[in-house]
Ligand binder design. Sequence first.
Ligand SMILES: *Cc1c(COP(=O)(O)O)cnc(C)c1O
Length: 402
Amino acid sequence: MSEDDSIYRELDVTPVVNAAGTKTRIGGSRIRPGALDAMRRAADEFVEIGDLEARASTSIADVTGAEAGYVTSGASAGLLLCAAAAIAGHDVGVMNALPDTSDVPSEIVMPRTHRTGYDHAFRTAGASIVDVGTNDRYLGTGATDVEPWQLDRAITDETVAVGYIEKSYTQPPLASVVEVAHRNDVPVIVDAAAEVPPRENLSAFIETGADMVVFSGGKGIRGPQTTGFVAGKREYVASIAAQHLDMHVANDLWEPPTDLIDRERFDGVPRQGIGRPLKVGKEELVGAIRALELFVEEDHGRLEAKWIDLAEAMAERLAETGLGVRVTSPNGTSVAPEVVVDVEATGVGTNATELARALRDEDPRVYVGTDDLSDGKIVVNPMCLDESEAEYVIDRIVANVE
Ligand SMILES: *Cc1c(COP(=O)(O)O)cnc(C)c1O
């Protein structure tokens, strides 16, 4: 961060120092300089967007092991498009009717414990969600979230897909869900938005048998904020493309890239589909392709070591002031180590919520992780901090607990 040439200062908007990790509401991540440079160059020329998506498909297929891929305007947009593809397939009539699904199967079955606010994207495409199972796992009765037979029963002629959110804590394992879904001839859509790094996760869920996997482009991959990736089977990616690309084109002139779309399978041109409001510009597309390439080439061991060093240095300074701190290993909710500050246990003259609020009122504003406020804890995440920012964050925490 350079205070001197802050564009946000210029716009009279207070900038944020991000100690919370890759959170969309405070700007996600720092875009890779190489991706930004590519975007600047992309802005100067014109290109057929379908051709560029076909090129992106090749890159995504390479790194994920999927048949094809597609750049979307975020993981959330990807979920919407996956649902649209599962519902409409190559049927131009259904595509044009979406989100009206009154005449066609449109149910997405999900384990109940996989429901999140993000699955609104499925419903936006016209799907309805059928959630099954319970949240009994934590009762200690031996019950699990959902048994394979329960998923099996829930899949009917109305089902178009099974939805799955990938987190280290989600149950049942993806492999068993894939098995049930495929036995019933329906695809599995995996929300893996925040699961990279590690790099292996780019291919892990495809290897396990998922039909469509969604990643965020603006989190750990550090592409443009308004990008995401779908990796999956060619037939679904073709349907996504047909429902996303701008389709103001004369019937006889419609020659979509053959790598992406098999023209023969469409009765006509699907006009401005359900995905059209989720447009991706040439700049974002190029930025996403380049960021993905750079992410794959990156030395992740070194990156993690850097995060650990930063987290430990911050923890040490906080501990010196008598605060109860602990450094976590990368876990289910964060791909980076984090510094957990136990505000409550330390008995300082504030509590976690007050401290988080006071930090946000600083100038620049400081955002820390707030998922553990109810336990009296704030969390400092090193992913989006450089050394001087980390120092500022610690200074402001110390100042606010004294
Ligand atoms: C961040 C996130 C999304 C949304 O990703 P965007 O790229 O911001 O659209 C969806 N699902 C989960 C689990 C996420 O963490």
